[in-house]
Design a protein around this ligand. Structure first.
Ligand code: SF4
Ligand code: SF4
Length: 307
């Protein structure tokens, strides 16, 4: 695949706990097994745990700074222009006084810093979170982590995407495949990752909750005009698989494959060894292994990839 931009695959899902990271990690491992150069990005920045499923650790910590305006009292003429133009209403201005920053409302857009006629606003920064990078089992892993007590998780996702865009621009052949693992839900962090991907794969489970949240995430994927196929995890749960598949098909929701409840998958999850890792010792004729293999073959056909 040299000379081409990497294929970007977004693993997502409207609901927490459906197995997004399990699928992201094993799909990344299957591409790596076939000789593809794979980058896995963990964008579930409030709960990043992909490295645990790879039995790895968080390395090469890099701070993600967040701009905050700092007022120079000597230079500020108390004109109020900055506060009047802050669309987030993060600056409280009372006549003839220095504006007061309400930091929880500040988006870090720097508009006040740019427009102050007296250059009375200085750039200050706080730590929003961190990005880690690591090489594990032949995969490159980037992990974003939001600092506890901070709320602007999208800032960490944006920093991950900037890193990815830099790699694609400056080292276009470095990776063949990029796997994005999103947070649960259909919010801004998830939207940013779906939007940059070529295809999206929501992971669901055969329950009413699973279906409701699946429909939300598919609505978002459709709004962004992206291709999507679904993986049904724990498909053998209480025997609802056939009914669930029928319901999805009736709503024209395409299915990439399904993964049954399987002891090897549970073991691999507990031990941090991906079931699809070469020589991991799991039963290659077992239901879990075969299910992931089937998904991988369907995925390659969908992406029109040949090993
Ligand atoms: S725009 Fe500049 S000078 Fe005017 S109130 Fe804001 S910081 Fe002070
Ligand atoms: S950085 Fe943007 S959001 Fe924050 S106070 Fe300045 S103008 Fe308002």
């Amino acid at each position: 695949m040299t000379g081409m931009k990497p294929k970007i695959i977004c693993i997502t899902g409207g609901k927490g706990g459906t197995g997004k990271t399990l699928c992201a990690v094993n799909i990344a491992v299957m591409f790596k097994n076939e000789g593809y150069k794979v980058l896995l990005i963990d964008g579930d920045v409030e709960n990043p745990n992909s490295y645990l499923l790879l039995n790895g650790s968080l390395e090469n910590k890099r701070e993600v700074p967040f701009f905050m305006p700092k007022f120079n009292e000597d230079k500020c003429t108390r004109c109020g222009i900055c506060a009047q133009n802050c669309i987030n209403h993060a600056l409280l201005y009372i006549d003839d006084s220095i504006p007061i920053l309400m930091s929880s409302l500040c988006s870090g857009c720097k508009l006040c810093y740019k427009i102050c006629p007296e250059k009375a606003i200085e750039a200050d920064f706080k730590t929003l979170g961190w990005i880690y990078s690591n090489e594990i089992h032949g995969l490159t892993l980037y992990v974003g982590e939001l600092k506890p007590s901070e709320a602007r998780s999208a800032g960490i996702v944006e920093a991950l995407l900037e890193t990815l865009k830099d790699i694609i621009k400056n080292q276009p052949n470095k990776f063949d495949i990029v796997i994005l693992d999103t947070a649960p839900g259909a919010h801004c962090d998830v939207e940013l990752l779906i939007d940059i991907a070529d295809v999206s794969i929501p992971i669901t489970e055969p329950t009413k909750f699973g279906k409701l949240d699946l429909k939300r995430i598919i609505e978002l994927i459709n709004l962004l005009g992206k291709d999507c196929k679904v993986i049904i995890n724990r498909s053998s749960l209480l025997g609802f698989k056939d009914q669930f598949i029928k319901e999805l098909q009736e709503e024209d929701i395409e299915i990439l494959g399904d993964i049954p409840l399987d002891a090897d998958i549970v073991n691999s999850y507990c031990q941090g060894t991906p079931i699809m890792e070469k020589n991991s010792g799991y039963d290659i004729k077992g239901a879990g292994f075969l299910a992931f293999n089937n998904i991988f073959e369907n995925l390659k056909k969908w992406l029109e990839l040949k090993a």
